[in-house]
Design a protein around this ligand. Structure first.
Ligand code: 13P
Ligand code: SF4
Length: 302
């Protein structure tokens, strides 16, 4: 049944000249029909280079908006229109404009998990994979939004930088507790702990490796260790187990599930290609102009 839907999707995407991008948090059956998969950084770079006239994003809304900002001439589709990222909407443009008015010399760094509307008032975007590299090139006062856990990680790694954080973050990663870390380590002695920097410092301080989803996957693949506790969305545990059957992977927490990322399903992707579901991303002229600047700056600096 799933195979038949996949075959139809592959046929349509060829016939209709559609490129499918999928974030690594998508399920295995979605990754199989994608032209490109990767973390937020890889996808935003890819978005700027794909040749097809239509791009279908399997992920959440800010990712589809990023594609649109980098490829204004393309038709960009989001197969699951309800898939948002709760963190992306934690601050409004007005709040950041008010902060800027009070602290005029601040560089505002926005995690890519922000709405296009909010990006209009930010100076440069970062992803979890590019944050250290980009912030290390900035001088003066920096405001890092919205994720205070990723921000705290960057501040720890770059203590010479003047970084202010606001209270925001990923509700999925930030829910992991230190107790769960201790339980997982006790249950899997000898396993390395690999965590995403969206987790809280009480979790990341126990980690053997901290990095983006692709960073975690690369580390697990290259490491000589044979077992790993994975501190990011549980889809990554599944992908790693497929990729490295000789190694063992355990979820840090059963609660590491992003409901928004799970809204994309094969039948919906098919319906989107048939024009029966999904949404075309449209952004007004001013948003296109202003919000694309900080993404382009990220690509230049990253
Ligand atoms: P990346 O590691 O791709 O930045 O993903 C984190 C995430 O939560 C995406 O929404
Ligand atoms: Fe947003 Fe967190 Fe889900 Fe990523 S995992 S889309 S940051 S809620």
């Amino acid at each position: 049944m799933l195979r038949a839907i996949q075959d139809k999707i592959l046929q349509y995407k060829k016939e209709k000249d559609v490129c499918i991008l999928a974030h690594t948090y998508q399920s295995h059956d979605i990754l199989e029909i994608a032209d490109f998969t990767g973390d937020s950084f890889a996808l935003s770079r890819k978005a700027a280079t794909v040749l097809q006239k239509t791009v279908l994003m399997c992920g959440v809304r800010f990712m589809a908006e990023t594609v649109k900002l980098l490829s204004p001439e393309k038709r960009v589709l989001l197969s699951a229109p309800d898939a948002g990222c709760p963190m992306a909407e934690q601050f409004t443009r007005e709040q950041i404009m008010a902060y800027r008015a009070e602290h005029p010399d601040t560089t505002v760094v926005a995690y890519i998990n922000t709405t296009a509307s909010l990006k209009r008032v930010c100076d440069v975007c970062v992803t979890s994979a590019s944050a250290l590299k980009i912030v290390s090139q900035l001088n003066g006062r920096i405001l890092f939004i919205p994720d205070c856990n990723l921000g705290a990680y960057v501040r720890d790694m770059l203590p010479e930088k003047d970084i202010t954080l606001l209270t925001g973050g990923c509700p999925v990663h930030a829910a992991v507790t230190e107790e769960e870390v201790l339980q997982a380590k006790a249950a899997h002695p000898g396993a390395l702990l690999l965590v995403h920097p969206e987790c809280r410092p009480c979790v990341t301080r126990h980690a053997d490796y901290i990095g983006s989803t692709s960073g975690i996957m690369e580390f697990a693949g290259q490491s000589d260790a044979s077992s790993f506790i994975i501190g990011t969305e549980n889809s990554i545990v599944e992908h790693l187990q497929y990729a490295y059957p000789g190694k063992r992977f355990f979820p840090l927490s059963k609660r590491l599930i992003c409901r928004d990322m799970r809204l994309t399903t094969l039948p919906e992707v098919l319906a989107c290609l048939e024009g029966q579901a999904g949404e075309e991303i449209e952004l007004d002229e001013l948003t296109m102009q202003e919000a694309s600047l900080c993404i382009r700056r990220m690509i230049e600096m990253g």
